[in-house]
Design a protein around this ligand. Structure first.
Ligand code: AGP
Length: 608
């Protein structure tokens, strides 16, 4: 996953490109570069490392004059993060420069063909085959050359291209990679993400797969896969650049944790209509729901763990079998999916390659699909039969927080909506659960407000080599996500375990002083959860319990207790995860970790 930007207008392009790349650094940050047309030459500056290195090398763009250019920030897939492998890449004749997000899967054979035809490669990247193909096919018509080139490509690409024959034109192409056009006055832009555009314009066009576009300072033309000009809707971005800034918090992650009550409210509000629930722009009738014989939830990472939590609500209320499948496994599992399968796809970015692939495989097998995603116009959103946006706003920190809890909120809405239409719950149960759902944003805020001692708790565990997270049922699902949060930002090894399973082996690892975080937020199973706390305490564990305020059972046994307001266990994950996100944050702070850009990670994994 990388980030690409482009600008064409009447002011210096380089400083704008650099600013745009800074806002895309979360997509990948191991090398970066810009290419700007100056007269009949293309000036290219590219470096390994962060954007800051590129700003330093170009004196904030002053050394790269010109008013039309492209930029790229990279998360390496083919070829190490070096200056030579950094984008943009130039054609041998110096007429073209290109930036690319995605993977060209047939690049090896194309590279051989091009070398045999005398083209010289400077990098190890898959991308470089594209710029040489364009040079090879170019006969004076850039659109024709790009279309011929992309017809040879297999894999995923969002391409930005400049050509010295058309010094004011940007040309872009999209296949399985986000690409958004920014519509300005006397200037136009493209980017992988609106975050890089919203400072300059709130009017955007989301390109779809197979589409191309030509941008000049005063004109934007979009072409379909056959090269015909098409009309595209101009969307209006509703949030401003500050929303994508840190808002006064030290890190995006903390800002986004603090935003969670509001984000969940934004996810719920448009779907709660008095005593009824609605699913945006589509309905599911009882007959359609009764035709669903199984529900498969698929996702990766935290989105998968959100699915693990949402499964309990859907199964318990709708009485439809639900399985939660890792997308990277599902796509190759030869799954038993048919027209009676409802596939729910969870993704914050909407661009996760494994999730997209699994979704396509299930669609091919006949599944009906609902996407629950945050990024408007993302690939997964466009692929789905129906899309329920989580409306979390931009999530910049690599470690998701509001992306996860808003996915939970939408899953809960779906569960309650479907159960009511299926008649699998009575009106009294429905009303009680609807009230609990409605109360989540307030109770999330209370959870944040009542847990100010987490930095001290973080000090107690920050130097541990490993941490265990245990829970039952919905609490187990929370333990999975809580463990991942700690792992991915503090780099402490953690293991999440179904509490009832500990005695079948893993408890051998519990020795004196071993911290165990026990989630005890399921009323129905509280006694069982407490017995697991006693079990690990007997082996010397130091237990941090997460439990309902006012419930004293865990207090009697645990060494430290984190409280959350009481809510139905089916929805408790949305509360219990908050202190675990904050605990991970404070441990990472105490250990001096890079909070928003953890090592080896990127925000959107658009490669396999
Ligand atoms: C979350 O903290 C991780 N960064 C990662 O597991 C993420 O949830 C996963 O890559 C899925 O991303 P998506 O929701 O954008 O599809």
């Amino acid at each position: 996953m990388c980030g690409i930007v482009g600008f064409t207008g009447h002011q210096a392009a380089a400083p704008l490109l650099l600013e745009g790349l800074k806002r895309l650094e979360y997509r990948g940050y191991d090398s970066a570069g810009i290419a700007v047309i100056d007269g009949d030459t293309i000036n290219v500056a590219k470096v390994s490392g962060r954007i800051a290195n590129l700003c330093e090398k170009t004196h904030d763009g002053a050394d790269t004059p010109g008013s039309t250019g492209i930029g790229h920030t990279r998360w390496a897939t083919h070829g190490a993060p070096t200056d030579l492998n950094a984008h943009p890449h130039l054609s041998n004749d110096g007429k073209f420069a290109i930036v690319h997000n995605g993977i060209i899967e047939n690049y090896a054979e194309l590279r051989e063909e091009l070398i045999a035809k005398g083209y010289t490669f400077l990098s190890e990247t898959d991308t470089e085959v594209v710029v040489h193909l364009i040079e090879m096919y170019y006969k004076g018509d850039l659109k024709a050359a790009v279309m011929k080139t992309t017809s040879r490509l297999e894999g995923s690409y969002a391409l930005g291209i400049v050509c010295t024959d058309d010094p004011e034109t940007l040309f872009v192409a999209r296949e399985h990679g986000p690409l958004i056009l920014g519509i300005g006055v006397g200037e136009n832009y493209f980017s992988s993400d609106v975050t890089a555009l919203v400072s300059y314009t709130k009017n955007v066009i989301y390109l779809d797969d197979g589409e191309f576009a030509e941008l000049s300072p005063d004109n934007v033309t979009v072409y379909d896969c056959a090269g015909r000009a098409v009309e595209k809707k101009i969307s209006r971005i509703t949030w401003n650049v500050e929303a994508a800034e840190k808002g006064g918090y030290e890190h995006f992650m903390l800002k986004e944790i603090m935003e969670e009550p509001g984000a969940v409210k934004a996810a719920l509000a448009p779907r709660i209509h008095g005593s009824d629930l609605k699913l945006d722009d589509f309905e599911l009738t009882a007959e359609q729901l009764r035709d669903v014989r199984r529900i498969v939830i698929t996702a990766c990472g935290s989105a998968y763990y959100a699915g693990c939590a949402g499964k309990f609500a859907i199964e318990s209320l709708c009485r439809i079998p639900v399985t939660v499948e890792l997308a990277s496994e599902l796509r190759y599992a030869d799954p038993i999916i048919d027209e009676h399968t409802l596939l729910i796809v969870l993704s914050q970015s909407g661009e996760t390659a494994d999730t997209i692939a699994a979704m396509k495989e299930c669609k091919r097998l006949g599944a009906k699909t609902i996407a629950i995603v945050n990024v408007v116009g993302s690939t997964i959103a466009n692929l789905a039969d129906h899309t329920l946006y989580t409306w979390a706003g931009p999530e910049i920190a690599v470690a998701t927080t509001k992306g996860y809890t808003t996915q939970l909120a939408v899953l809960y809405v779906f569960a309650l909506y479907a159960a009511r239409r299926l008649g699998t719950i009575d009106e009294q149960t429905y009303s009680a659960l609807l009230a609990d759902l409605h109360s989540l944003p307030k109770k999330m805020q209370q959870t944040i407000d009542m847990n100010h001692a987490l930095p001290e708790l973080a000090e107690k565990i920050r130097d541990r080599q490993s941490l265990f997270y245990i829970g039952r049922n919905t609490d187990w699902a929370v333990s999975l996500e809580g463990a991942l949060k700690m792992k991915e930002i503090s780099y402490i090894h953690t293991e999440a375990y179904a509490a009832g399973e500990l005695k079948h082996g893993t408890i051998a690892l519990i020795d004196d002083g071993q911290p165990v975080i026990a989630i005890c937020c399921n009323d129905r199973l509280m006694d069982k959860s407490i017995s697991n706390v006693v079990e690990v305490k007997a082996r010397g564990a130091k237990v941090i319990a997460v439990t309902f305020r006012g419930d004293t059972r865990a207090v009697a046994q645990a060494d430290d207790v984190i409280f959350v307001p009481k809510v139905d266990p089916l929805f408790s994950a949305a509360l219990a995860i908050l202190p675990l996100q904050m605990l991970a944050y404070y441990v990472a702070i105490a250990n001096g970790c890079d909070i928003d850009k953890p090592k080896n990670l990127a925000k959107s994994v658009t490669v396999e």
